[in-house]
Design a binder for this molecule. Structure first.
Ligand code: GLV
Ligand code: GLV
Length: 320
């Protein structure tokens, strides 16, 4: 008989055919957002689950799925939405998609940084809305990368890719803070800094850490107060690494200069949220890896992870 896999939203045909050509029967959810009740109903008696970061994969989901469930494949590099401990207890393998989205994510981080610092989207809106008058010397001025200090918090694959892109912008230096120095970063000459130095010296602070208990709400008022009042804060990690109320108030009160965020709490961010009202906060809707080839590759890896687990082969990328 066929393996049964629930897929939480429609996926590229390249990924779908990997599953269907490997003896998998798919149930693909069509209605988004996927309601929790529909997820619970559909995981029952499945052998595999193809999910995204939208779905919280916790004890209830795994228990409801039952004993057949052998693999959870998330189409993402982040896995803070999955309870790894619960998966481990049930011998459920967890696959994810590191590597393929590094370049796309780094590109967007740089884009968001440039947009926030040089006020590109703000300037585009102002041109469209009739505020474009005479060429004025100090109008729409931002702060450029040239001569600046760039700080990276949580430098791994993505942080390194961000640094490698930014170093060509004539920056003064690139520093980073991790729990321990990153060998590859040393090779490129990126300086390891203690946290206070990172906060105090960065003109641009890019957050590329993973979301864990240790990084939860890590960026709070205490940290923002150590930063330069002109500092630009860019987050492409997870909204959960920021104390968002503190960020709001830091932006409103000139504690830091501006923020570019691809991730928020919650997602989507409600339209009436205070962050949307600030003219020094620029938000993209979690699109860091949204590059066509990247997303197809992510879906293909996820499908392959699932098929491999079902066939007792090693996953391409396994977490637990
Ligand atoms: C995106 O945020 C991902 O985790 O892949
Ligand atoms: C800007 O357009 C300049 O000519 O300086």
């Amino acid at each position: 008989s066929k393996y049964k896999v629930f897929v939480t939203q429609s996926i590229p045909k390249e990924a779908e055919s990997i599953l269907t050509s490997n003896n998998v029967e798919l149930v693909v959810n069509q209605k988004t957002p996927l309601e929790r009740g529909i997820l619970l109903e559909n995981v029952k008696n499945k052998d595999g689950l193809f999910c995204t970061l939208n779905e919280k994969i916790d004890q209830q989901v795994l228990q409801t799925a039952g004993l057949n469930l052998k693999v959870v494949g998330t189409c993402s590099v982040g896995y803070d939405h999955i309870s790894l401990e619960e998966c481990r207890e049930r011998n459920i393998q967890v696959g994810y998609t590191p590597g393929v989205l590094t370049d796309a994510t780094a590109e967007l981080a740089v884009g968001l940084l440039l947009d926030t610092s040089r006020r590109i989207s703000e300037a585009i809106s102002s041109a469209k809305s009739g505020e474009w008058g005479d060429w004025k010397i100090m109008w729409m001025c931002g702060r450029g990368l040239s001569g600046s200090n760039v700080g990276i918090f949580g430098l791994g694959r993505i942080g390194l890719a961000v640094a490698n892109r930014l170093k060509n912008f004539g920056v003064n230096k690139i520093i980073y803070h991790n729990r321990k120095p990153n060998e590859e970063a040393l090779k490129y000459g990126y300086e390891y800094a203690d946290l206070d130095t990172l906060l105090q010296e960065s003109d641009f602070l890019v957050v590329t850490c993973s979301a864990t208990k240790e990084t939860e709400k890590f960026f709070n008022m205490e940290k923002f107060k150590k930063m330069k009042p002109s500092a630009i804060f860019v987050n492409v990690s997870r909204g959960s690494v920021v104390n968002q109320e503190d960020l709001c108030s830091a932006l409103k009160n000139g504690i830091i200069g501006a923020a570019g965020l691809d991730v928020t709490t919650p997602e989507p961010l409600p339209l009436d949220h205070e962050l949307f009202k600030l003219n020094n906060c620029f938000i993209t809707p979690h699109i860091c890896s949204a590059e066509v080839n990247t997303r197809v590759k992510m879906a293909v890896i996820t499908a392959t992870n699932i098929v491999n687990a079902l066939q007792n082969k090693p996953l391409l990328h396994q977490i637990n």
